[in-house]
Design a protein around this ligand. Structure first.
Ligand SMILES: N[C@H](CCC[C@H](N)C(=O)O)C(=O)O
Length: 274
């Protein structure tokens, strides 16, 4: 059976998007891994599956899968790409995405720019989650990182010079630290000034990506919590820049940035066994 897909990216964080409201394909870790593999499959940082919303207030139900097959509660860049995909299909500017982390209002700013409301950050140890009750602003780890959930767990290290950090070596060790029972995305932040930061993220289940939307949001939230940043920041990632604003009145985190359609295609599902 031939399945259609869209390949998109948000500043280099790339996705395969499948509208499963049409196809209803079955997925397991093996098939997800094959589709995400850059040699044996189509290749992407995350596989995104769209289906009919369960919540009447939503336009679509969105699920995000890392290449290892595990499902993530949030994906900021992926949410922005899904919004552009919906705009291309329905020619509307505002949408609501239903995700496992909640309902996300999104807005098409222009043909290549989308804003997503990532909702409220969660800092309580149980919500991140952490293994035990510790101060999430200064974790009992070397480098005393901060932790927050944007619907998925993020740990933020603040460093003087990002070029001195090996995010691959550090990230792959820390991602699976016992302090993080569900794993964690590991971010490294160099503050340039109170409204600009350089950020690199070792993504849980995906490795070092060119950008991480929820990681950009987590970096700004943790920087504001530490008194290092204003609530409006430009986040400079390897693949490009995002604007993040942690709105004081609503406590919501708004993230705006580029989206890009790469190509559409089809694959034969029989070539990707469960
Ligand atoms: N690897 C992440 C999901 C994707 C996040 C990232 N692509 C984004 O834009 O937020 C996790 O397991 O929580």
């Amino acid at each position: 059976m031939d399945i259609s897909f869209s390949k998109m990216h948000g500043i280099g964080n790339d996705f395969v998007i499948i509208d499963n409201s049409v196809n209803r394909i079955q997925l397991n870790n093996n098939r997800i891994a094959e589709l995400c593999d850059r040699r044996y499959g189509i290749g992407c940082d995350q596989l995104i599956i769209l289906s009919a919303p369960k919540d009447k207030k939503a336009d679509v139900y969105v699920r995000f899968f890392n290449p290892g097959g595990d499902e993530a509660g949030a994906c900021g860049n992926g949410s922005r790409c899904v919004t552009a995909w919906l705009h291309d299909k329905f020619q509307r500017k505002n949408f609501t995405l239903q995700t496992s982390a909640g309902l996300l209002p999104t807005e098409v700013i222009d043909a290549f720019t989308v804003k997503v409301n990532m909702g409220q950050p969660k800092m309580n140890w149980r919500d991140i989650p952490l293994q035990r009750d510790v101060d999430s602003l200064y974790l009992p780890l070397s480098g005393e990182p901060a932790a927050v959930s944007m619907g998925n767990p993020h740990v933020t290290f603040f460093v003087e010079d990002l070029s001195t950090v090996d995010p691959v070596f550090c990230g792959q060790v820390l991602e699976k630290d016992p302090l993080f029972p569900e794993g964690a995305n590991i971010g490294f932040v160099q503050m340039l000034d109170r409204q600009n930061m350089r950020v690199r993220v070792w993504e849980r289940g995906a490795g070092l990506t060119l950008a991480c939307g929820s990681g950009a949001c987590a970096s700004v939230v943790n920087a504001v919590r530490r008194g290092l940043a204003d609530r409006y920041c430009e986040v400079r990632m390897d693949g490009g820049n995002l604007i993040v604003e942690w709105d004081e009145a609503s406590n919501d985190v708004l993230m705006t940035g580029p989206v890009h359609f790469s190509f559409t295609g089809q694959f034969n599902l029989d070539h990707y066994p469960l």
